[in-house]
Design a protein around this ligand. Sequence first.
Ligand code: ADP
Length: 471
Amino acid sequence: MKNKTIRFKITLWFSVSLIIVVILSFVSFMTVSKRVVKHTTINVLQEAVEQNLDEVEYHDEMIDDELDFDADYYMKYKDGWLEIDDDYLTLVNGVTCAVYDFAGGTRDLIFGEDPIAAETKNTPFENRQIQNIKIDEINYYIYDRKVKNKGVEDIWIRGVISGEQSAGEITDISKLTVTILLLILLIAIIGGNIIAGRMLDPMKQITEAASQISRGNDLKKRIDIGDGKDEVHRLADSFNNMMTRLDEAFEREQQFTSDVSHELRTPISVIMAQSEFALENGETEEDYIDALGSINRQSRKMSRLVNDMLAFARLGKEKSVYTKESLNLSEICRSICDEMALIGDKNIRLESEICPNIHIEGNEELISRLLVNLIGNAYKYGKENGNIRVELTADRGQAMVSVTDDGIGISEEDLPKVFNRFYQADSSRTDKGSGLGLFMAKEIAQFHNGDIFVESRLGEGSRFFVKIKIL
Ligand code: ADP
């Protein structure tokens, strides 16, 4: 059973349940029908006998005016006459009625018919009782009544009806019922099978899509089963969403790998070229020092790149491990400014104006990295004896950090690209960084549902802003 299809299992379960329901319905229907038919048969029998009761009358003498010799039947009875009226029905609705006379100690059939008279000659007469007798495998019902009309004594009417008549009716009903039920069963099973198949069609598509993906690595494949809100549509939607996310993650991964290899290619080429040059053509100590200096710079660049990439990969992969908590942004800013003011690179002065007790919900490690990145860039791209100014303000529920420098600035053309991965505006200074710092800063701002943007003029300086919601 485990290896059978869901469609088969649904159809089987459905069919077995339906067959049970049909059998139970048939049995109850037949039981009720038999009872009703038996009840009706007995009613017909009783009615026929009761109706005939009044048609047997006694007359002391024959008065011509009162008698109808053409229609009624007369016979000698005691000192007078017994009249069987023409309304007496010997055979009606399958019931035969016979008039019996018990006078003189014998039991004589004096009028009408009794088809089982011989077989029931020992069956006693029971007033108002229904008797059930089986003769030659045929069921008969008998109903007896003693006639109580004036002057009439020892006269009985016996009604007999065969149960076969009702059995025939029941057979007809059961045949019709079986045919109808079988037809309904057949239609239900075929219909159920078709509906189960239709319902499971999208499953086939999902399986097909999944195997196509595993065969051909086609992450662009999607399941299209039209509009709907049932379980199967929800499954298809979840599958499509999962595929979209996988596709995006895969593309990001590919892009990252290609960016990384591209970024590493230059320093590796320089290191190889410099070392080969020194080995093959190096003559003076100066040649070797030049080559080693260049190799050292490129190695440092690679080291920075690898470190940044690792930090970035961790940020991308493990965002969930960076928990958020209530942070005093003012204190974080102040302590970073205090530490970084000590750098004193290029004789640059760092001053800050920090609004106290601004709280945000965030991750301290990430927020610190963002600020260090921005202030680090202000030093990196600042001018000799320049200034850096860090401000923290609060406005309309938003904390705003700005880092301003009066350094080389960014051209209008480069401005929209500085937050891109591996983007470096000035290629002549590529050994200063990796091009990942601002990209990471943007990721961190977004992780905090905040924003980062920049204003800058080439040659005049830059101002970076970070906006994060206050707690
Ligand atoms: P890098 O490691 O190169 O600094 P970033 O992502 O931090 O990478 O910055 C990307 C580029 O944006 C830098 O290469 C530089 O050209 C430009 N940039 C960033 N900060 C400043 C700044 N304060 N002044 C001028 N240019 C900047």
